[in-house]
Write a protein that binds this ligand. Structure first.
Ligand SMILES: [Zn+2]
Length: 214
C-alpha cells in the first residue's frame, strides 16, 4: 500500500507595519511565527482572512524573540484561541516585555502560567506532531532570547538576527556564530522579521534589511 505523502509546507506573510508575520502551514495545521504589535488584533485578523488563513487552524504562535513588534500581540492571540509556544531560553524574557511599552501601546501582559514551554531539543518532535519537518535553534545576537525556526527544506525564520553586513562590534561574534549554526544545519532561504526574503549570505537591498528592528 502506498505511504501517505507528507503534506507540503507552505509559507505566507500576514505582516504589517514593516514587520513580517509568517504562517507556516502543513495543510490545515498552522504555526504563526511572530505575533504582531500590541492592540492590533483587528489588523491581524484582517490579514489572516485576506491570506485565507482561518485563525482557528493556527495551532500555536511562536515569537522569535520577546520584543514588542514580534510578541506584543501574544496574549491577545492566546485570548483568541492560539496557544503560545515558548522555548526554554525565552522564558525569562517574557516578563521584561512590559518594560518596553508605553501605556498608549495597549499592551496586554503575557500570562506566564498557561504557555506551552519546550526545550530546544524537544522542538523537532513537537513540530513533527504539527506535521512540520524542522527544528527550532537558539540564534542569539540581536537579543539573548532569539530563536530561529529552521525547516528541513532550508527555509529559516530568523526574526531580527542582524544581517551579516549590518552587524556592529558589540554582538558581532555571537551573531556570526548564530549564522554559522543556521548555515551548518542547512538554512538556505531566509524569512526575516523585517525586509525581503533572501538567500543566506546574499547581499540584499540593505535599505530594506535596515528597516526598523526593535
Ligand atoms: Zn527585536
Amino acid at each position: 500500500m502506498a505511504k501517505t505523502a507528507p503534506l507540503p509546507t507552505t509559507i505566507v506573510n500576514v505582516g504589517y507595519r514593516s514587520t513580517n508575520y509568517w504562517v507556516v502551514s502543513a495543510g490545515a495545521s498552522r504555526l504563526l511565527v511572530d505575533l504582531g504589535w500590541p492592540g492590533t488584533m483587528g489588523v491581524m485578523r484582517a490579514n489572516l482572512h485576506r491570506m485565507g488563513v482561518p485563525l482557528s487552524e493556527i495551532r500555536y504562535g511562536l515569537a522569535t524573540h520577546y520584543h514588542i513588534d514580534h510578541a506584543g500581540l501574544a496574549q491577545e492571540c492566546k485570548q483568541a484561541g492560539v496557544p503560545l509556544l515558548v522555548l526554554a531560553p525565552q522564558v525569562d524574557a517574557i516578563p521584561l516585555m512590559k518594560t518596553w511599552v508605553k501605556p498608549a501601546d495597549g499592551y496586554v501582559e503575557i500570562g506566564l502560567h498557561d504557555n506551552t514551554i519546550i526545550s530546544l531539543a524537544q522542538s523537532r518532535a513537537f513540530l513533527e506532531r504539527l506535521g512540520i519537518a524542522g527544528e527550532i535553534l537558539a540564534t542569539p545576537g540581536h537579543s539573548d532570547d532569539s530563536v530561529s525556526l529552521l525547516l528541513d527544506d532550508g527555509s529559516a525564520f530568523t526574526g531580527d538576527l542582524t544581517h551579516r553586513a549590518l552587524v556592529t562590534d558589540g554582538d558581532a561574534v555571537v551573531t556570526a556564530a548564530s549564522w554559522k549554526l543556521l548555515a551548518d544545519r542547512g538554512a538556505k532561504c531566509i524569512y526575516p522579521g523585517h525586509g525581503p526574503i533572501h538567500l543566506i549570505g546574499e547581499q540584499t537591498d540593505l535599505r530594506l534589511a535596515r528597516q526598523t528592528q526593535e
